[in-house]
Design a protein around this ligand. Structure first.
Ligand code: 15L
Length: 275
């Protein structure tokens, strides 16, 4: 999809794990992309523009998104953490981002949600994006909060919001669980492109997943919007199984889609955690 000239796109979380992987792929597609994070990426190129912003500081977030047409919001804390860490980075930080975007007249936001918003669905179930959320962690709850904020700003202010429930981004699936949820950097960039450019979007939740035979998610809405993933988890099965053999069984994590995020701090009975 073509990039409108003179369009200012701000990319939060640019120094993070996914940010570092996809920056080189985004650069040729979106010249002038404005990178933002708390810290300057170590490998920042002279051609790249960077604005430092701490998501917990509304004035810094406002300065970062000023004049922006669109925001790719990957910033925040990317795994489970203590409540105050999640509260600051992912709840307050996400609110600051959407509110600053509204005030700046930003038209489109792509929000990096996570599979952990629905992590307590059992692996034996295939789910779409219309199921009740079942977060598996405080982190998962914060992603549900971000999706809800996106819906609010879309309905109330007409912002075009795309939430990507991202599986696990990387060059290949890390273990057997990731055979189901793996997404290649190229495929995530394709989904971001849909969020930035598709004319028919108002509010969407899409799964950030490649074309995996073992997928647990129905991503038909993404496909209807033109998503054509190229990555295939199955191509990496032997690697994933070899890595899995190094990890012991997890009687809780192995039952649920969210894996270790479900097992951490778990005091329920697996059978009572629901179908
Ligand atoms: C996520 O949401 C995390 O950001 C990432 O670090 C992985 O843990 C991934 O989920 C996963 O579920 O594998």
């Amino acid at each position: 999809m073509a990039e409108a000239s003179g369009r200012r796109i701000v990319f939060t979380g640019a120094a993070g794990g996914i940010g570092t992987m996809i920056r080189p792929l985004l650069a040729p597609l979106y010249p002038g992309l404005v990178l933002s994070d708390r810290v300057r990426p170590k490998d920042l190129k002279p051609s790249e523009t960077f604005v430092a912003a701490d998501l917990t500081k509304p004035d810094e977030v406002a300065a970062a998104v000023k004049g922006a047409d669109s925001v790719i919001h990957l910033g925040g804390y990317s795994v489970e953490g203590p409540w105050d860490t999640i509260l600051q980075a992912n709840i307050i930080g996400c609110y600051n981002l959407f509110e600053a975007a509204r005030q700046a007249g930003v038209k489109r936001v792509i929000f990096a949600s996570s599979n952990h918003a629905v992590g307590f669905y059992p692996r034996k179930r295939k789910i779409g994006t219309d199921v009740t959320v079942r977060p598996d962690s405080r982190y998962g709850v914060s992603k549900v909060f971000g999706e809800a904020l996106g819906a609010l700003y879309s309905d109330k202010h007409g912002m075009i919001v795309t939430c990507l429930r991202i599986g696990n981004v990387g060059p290949r699936p890390l273990d057997v669980r990731r055979l189901s949820i793996w997404v290649s950097p190229e495929d995530i960039v394709q989904l971001i492109g849909i969020g930035l450019n598709h004319p028919d979007i108002r509010f969407e939740i899409l799964y950030g997943v490649s074309d995996n035979q073992a997928a647990w998610w129905d991503n038909s809405r993404a496909h209807a919007l033109g998503y054509r993933p190229k990555g295939k988890g199955e191509d990496h099965r032997s690697h994933a199984e070899a890595e899995q053999a190094k990890i012991g069984p997890d009687p809780v994590g192995d039952v649920f889609q969210g894996g270790t995020f479900c097992a951490a701090e778990f005091t329920n009975d697996v059978k009572r955690a629901g179908p």
